[in-house]
Write a protein that binds this ligand. Structure first.
Ligand code: SF4
Length: 159
């Protein structure tokens, strides 16, 4: 399929229990955001829409933050049901990171857990926050119908 005839990617971003730093890093893509807009529609995002309900038929969703409460859990389950590719964006989504520090002082039923503890995750983008270059390395192939090849210290390092 030629790029011009390929359907536009339906892209979502979600902010669970995080500090918004991963979304700020997404905005650091600067000019490449125009390239993104040529091939994708942002159908749900805390920084780009006032959509209240996570929509159906999402191609790719970037998820910032850990799962820290019942609302996070419900949204995580819905986005998994509605999305083809779920990307854990940043160390809080992947490991709990600083958000999980609260586990040191709250009872077990209120534990913070990483995203893959409650749903299947397809891709992991580490970093606190992940750099814009690292986010682009995941998004760019997906935009063009390819699976990202994440390798090397620049793409796999935490922190
Ligand atoms: Fe914030 Fe870092 Fe967690 Fe991203 S990974 S939400 S930047 S603390």
């Amino acid at each position: 399929m030629s790029p011009s005839s390929r359907p536009r990617l339906r892209l979502a971003t979600v902010w669970l229990a995080g500090c918004s730093g991963c979304h700020m890093s997404l905005l650091d893509l600067d000019d490449w955001l125009f390239e993104l807009a040529r091939f994708a529609d942002v159908v749900y995002s805390p920084i780009a829409s006032d959509c209240k309900t996570f929509p159906d038929n999402v191609d790719v969703v970037l998820v910032e933050g850990a799962v820290a409460n019942a609302d996070n859990l419900a949204l995580a389950k819905r986005l998994r049901r509605c999305s083809r590719v779920v990307v854990a964006l940043g160390d809080c989504a992947i490991s709990g990171n600083v958000t999980a520090l609260r586990n040191l002082c709250l009872p077990p039923l209120q534990r913070v857990v990483p995203l893959q503890a409650v749903i299947r995750v397809d891709l992991f983008v580490p970093g606190c926050p992940p750099s814009a270059a690292r986010i682009r390395a995941v998004l760019e192939p997906l935009l063009h119908g390819r699976w990202p090849q994440l390798a090397g210290p620049d793409l796999l390092r935490f922190g």
